[in-house]
Design a protein around this ligand. Sequence first.
Ligand code: SF4
Length: 397
Amino acid sequence: MDLLTTLVDKGLRRELPTREEALAVLATSDDDLLDVVAAAGKVRRHWFGRRVKLNYLVNLKSGLCPEDCSYCSQRLGSTTGILKYTWLKPDEASKAAAAGLAGGAKRVCLVASGRGPTDRDVDRVAGTIKAIKDQNEGVEVCACLGLLSDGQAERLREAGADAYNHNLNTSEATYGEITTTHTYEDRVDTVQKAHAAGLSACSGLIAGMGETDEDLIDVVFSLRALDPDSVPVNFLIPVEGTPLAKEWNLTPQRCLRILAMVRFVCPDVEVRIAGGREVHLRTMQPLALNLANSIFLGDYLTTEGQAGQADLDMIADAGFEIEGTGQVTLPEHRATVGGGCGSHESAGSTGGGCGSHEGGGGVCGTAAPATPTLSEPRTDLVTVRRRGAGTDLAPNA
Ligand code: SF4
């Protein structure tokens, strides 16, 4: 396909595709899917080889959030039976982090529910970062604490944080349909604050919330403009007890097209498969490693992932290698800090891993027809987390 040849050429040059080209990736047929994966895989291998970076989530504070993000099981009014607890102590967080690092992770993502941290919370997290860094040489730490006030990003940087995650989640035009207690502009502002403080910015999206293809292109082009080092891609886990519980809109093929599109638009950025990997990609997870160069190991914030050993086996079986602490994640032209992370929950509350605070719900989409429901609900694949941080049971790593 001429389209794919063009997109590979642009990806190798870090040149932005046109919106039409990005939309065309999402519109490709199932017959063309392997060609799309192969093309985006060339771009992935050019910038990241066959390395897979493993990230590990530690939910420092779970539930009890006053915000109303529709995708999030920690939201105000959520009836999901998630674990609820307040701040883990530094040694508790460090113990949880150590399990992930022993399992092969090189980055720890420290996530806390809530609109944003108080200055006292930032001090608390600073103590946790110190505890983790003292005990684990070479570890990267990303914080994901919600909206930042002036000076807080600098304080986290001084405390040793390498990165800050805050996801845009969806397009500006539809943001108000998924959250009313803060705005899209608030989110952009926090990503910019992290950037300005010298933190590696991590910001991503949640797909499957009923958004249109145009919405997806909007948010990914907005992310490219913000220039984060890492982009977590969450696939909504429609958790019972949240407003988006019925939004089962994704198929494995759709997820692969979305990841390919993100790779073409953000070719040299750490693209991370975040929440919803097991639920929506299912047996196609190994194919997605040709598109993303980063995943979360083990469990998410409020839901359980597949066994950590299954993640490691999948990577080896697919012919990829786990990135070591001595290897630099990012291409030389952007490798100053290391990697990126980022949403509060995209990866964690519903799914996966940081940056938006939660990551998975779904409303939106008014301009163009919404993507039709294509998949059967797979509630059998969704398990609320009952182990690891905040429990007496060993974490999954
Ligand atoms: S995503 Fe973050 S801010 Fe939004 S409801 Fe969940 S925990 Fe609260």
